[in-house]
Write a protein that binds this ligand. Sequence first.
Ligand code: FAD
Ligand code: MLT
Ligand code: ZN
Length: 476
Amino acid sequence: MPELKANKEGLIAQLKAIVGQVGLVTDPQAQANYTTDWLGKWHGQVPVVVRPANTQEVAAVMRVCHALRTPVVPQGGNTGMSGGATPDSSGAQVIVSTNRMNVIRAVDPVNNTMTVESGVILAHAQQAALDVQRYFPMSLGAEGSCTVGGNLATNAGGIAVLRYGNMRDLVLGLEVVLPDGRIWDGLRALRKDNTGYDLRGLFVGSEGTLGIITGAVLKLFAQPTARAAAWVGAASLEQLVTLLTRLQASCGERLTAFEMMSAPALALVLAHVQDTRAPLLEAHAFNALIELSDTDGAGLHAMLENTLAQALAEGVISDAALPATQTQSVALWKLREGISQAQVRAGKVIKHDIALPISSLADFVAKADQAVHASAKKHGIAIVNFGHLGDGNLHYNVLLPAELSAPAVKEATLLFNRAVHDLVTTFKGSISAEHGVGQLRRDELKHYKSPIELEMMMCIKRAFDPNQIMNPGKLL
Ligand code: FAD
Ligand code: MLT
Ligand code: ZN
């Protein structure tokens, strides 16, 4: 025990010499913001949270951790949904938080790029683009607190992937501190660069297991100045998929978001999020929130209205409402973005983050409902199905009663994960679409990935992180 204490004090002293007192969090109460995740599901323990101010300090911190073989958990905004940024309970790991690394280094409106430190909050990056009449399209419910580094490390998705792609599609260059403290300057602002292996691509989605992303060159786009939204009710998921293909045909790339909420997901938000009300008079089995955007507003609303009117006339959808004001539009988005919070308030949630070919979505959901119906009914469990339908990404979640005991939650999780993920595999889908594998789906990944894929991933991990200090217990 005295040896452990001496080690801990030695480590803290070395880290303090790099980042100063302002860059350390040693008080256990203050550490709680870092050691518990957003869902309140994972809790860890650390001797210290380190908050370097810049890339050089991250590099020096990593040199110390590498030499002492101290495991490191990189953390951005701590909004992740898979426990990827939460340390274990051993007290041996340290959190390296990027929350002081929030400088927008450069904005280049001619090259349509922006270079940022990885701790920049996503909403601040969006604003920096708007300040030069450009647009950074990554958008998700946690954008007021998640960071660009966290978005990159999880290859985040969100509500505009349909048009702009996920985080992997939005980054041109990276700066990364490797596990031994060396700095890779890959901050290239190029749209063409074929000089060997795609190292940038390796770090995107690596969930802090290969190094710490400290900077990024992001792509910017023309700023959409006009938007048109609609809320749609339909009797089946198949009908919403038909509507999606029609909108793609009639509106082309103007179709920016196509988000789905099943009736139970909407009911949950109406019950648990204040100042919300149903947009349509009657309840529908499936709802969609649709948005078009363009740099020229002429005809945008008419385009949406006409496609919906035709779909309504042909019985493809059951009802639709188009917001007349910005306030009404914000109210619709509040319904969509309130789902995460509503689930946390309503009970214990088994989260699924699956991707399927869009053409298989309706069939998948019908079969999944069938597979889980009997157990769900028996245990008083609700299926809260919602997600980014336009990307083929569903959160086919299972909501358990709040009072369910921990062993019963564990048993239900194993049961429902197996039922849902087996079916996903049958449809050649993915069990991890946008939230990351973290610690939540680590065992599932092992279960479903082929041995050859796992082996290739392990080879990469060993090459970058021979001492195995980067985010142990996550992803692999
Ligand atoms: P953290 O939670 O701090 O970390 C996430 C992972 O990235 C961890 O493994 C961590 O170790 C690693 N990491 C963080 N920073 C770095 C770095 N600089 N270098 C290396 N590794 C790093 N996600 C979506 O994709 N789509 C959504 O629509 C969406 N909606 C959300 C809505 C709500 C209300 C909430 C709370 C979350 C939502 N998320 C969504 C999940 C989450 O916001 C994203 O995963 C986000 O990208 C995480 O960013 P973060 O900075 O909070 O990362
Ligand atoms: C969403 O789509 O709202 C997010 O991914 C968050 C969640 O799954 O709760
Ligand atoms: Zn999502």
